[in-house]
Design a protein around this ligand. Structure first.
Ligand code: HEM
Length: 113
């Protein structure tokens, strides 16, 4: 979810929290709307600099990675698994989504005061 969905302030459009890559191999589909299926799709997305928009900084540009570089990137992402995945899954399954949303809204309201 992007900040705009919470604040409805047009200045907050395209602001997304950078996700943790911990256990990323297990969490497909990727990005805020689940549009990218699999890590190879994510790597190709970054290789082509994402989706152009007028707020895009000039540092965000195509990478032109070779196939070997993409494979190394994929191998790296596959190393980010934790040893205690079962416990993490239990924690997530037992967390209350509504409590989380209320906590986020309260935090945003407090930061706007
Ligand atoms: C080749 C370099 C990069 C790789 C391999 C990479 C990898 C990833 C992956 C796998 C995700 C999806 C995480 C998920 O959905 O659980 C992600 C999301 C994200 N990354 Fe990167 N990343 C790269 C470069 C960058 C850069 C340069 C930035 C910022 C300048 C960035 C900012 C973000 C943000 C904001 C998200 C969340 C996007 C959303 O939810 O729509 N990443 N990245």
């Amino acid at each position: 979810m992007g900040l705009y969905e919470i604040t409805q302030d047009p200045a907050d459009r395209w602001k997304y929290r950078t996700s943790s890559l911990r256990n990323v191999v297990l969490t497909s589909p990727y990005v805020h709307n689940g549009a990218l299926q699999g890590l190879a799709a994510v790597i190709n997305f970054y290789d082509l600099y994402g989706i152009a928009n007028r707020k895009q900084p000039p540092l965000i540009r195509p990478l032109w990675l070779t196939l070997a570089e993409k494979q190394k990137m994929l191998s790296f992402l596959q190393t980010l698994n934790s040893a205690d995945v079962d416990k993490l899954v239990d924690d997530v399954m037992n967390a209350s989504t509504r409590d989380h949303q209320v906590a986020c809204s309260a935090k945003i309201s407090a930061s706007q005061r």
